[in-house]
Write a new protein. Structure first.
Length: 215
């Protein structure tokens, strides 16, 4: 097992101490920071995402692994910044107006950040206009919304309306999720993607940030 494999293994096992130790060894051995990130840390999170989607990992294991990922990234940050390594993409995230639930949203944030995305978390009970304004001001690629209540789902439609009114609908990919949300509802309101869990949301967001998907 080489040092990058060691990083990936300890990350999906959630052993933060071993992850940080292995990352430092990789740096000392002269591995480029981007290679450590891509082939060590992010590869480990890919395994976590797959295990989560297959039902072999649950929320606690994902949170522990994400914390190990973030610990490794903290060591790499100065090197990544020095090399000018940009984030994989930028997402504005929040629970829509009328919804105060944040457990699922927070897990999505963890998974997205652990996969190299920059996330602006607006919290809960977020007005439609705020999603749109922040996405514009921060030059995001993605707007990601969650709702846990059927009574708050309609706020997602309002965000779509505000995007059209502002004339910026085509600038952003819009992702939605939450217990009462479905692929059918996504199609009804004209959003770009519905994802059933945090791992799927991170994977779809990464795809949306590729040049071929952006306007």
């Amino acid at each position: 097992m080489n040092i990058l494999d060691d990083i990936s293994y300890n990350l999906y096992k959630g052993v933060a101490k071993n992850v940080t130790h292995a990352v430092q060894i990789a740096i000392d051995e002269g591995y480029p920071a981007e290679e450590i990130l891509q082939k060590g840390l992010l590869r480990g999170m890919d395994i976590v995402g797959r295990l989560f989607q297959e039902g072999d990992y649950y929320v606690p294991e994902v949170i522990v692994a994400a914390r190990a990922m973030n610990a490794g990234v903290e060591i790499l940050k100065p090197l990544l910044q020095k090399q000018g390594i940009a984030s994989m993409g930028k997402v504005v995230l929040g629970a829509v107006k009328g919804d105060l639930h944040d457990i699922g949203k927070n897990l999505v944030k963890l998974m997205m950040e652990s996969n190299g995305l920059e996330v602006i978390d607006l919290g809960t009970d977020v007005p439609a206009e705020q999603f749109v304004q922040v996405a514009i001001n921060e030059n995001c690629q993605i707007i990601a919304m969650s709702a846990l209540l059927t009574t708050s789902m309609g706020a997602m439609k309002e965000v779509m309306k505000q995007l059209h009114l502002a004339g910026v609908r085509e600038r952003f990919k819009v992702m939605i999720g939450g217990a009462p949300v479905s692929a059918r509802y996504c199609e009804q309101i004209g959003a770009d993607a519905y994802t059933p869990d945090a791992a799927a949301a991170a994977n779809r967001a990464l795809k949306f940030c590729k040049p071929e998907y952006m306007p």
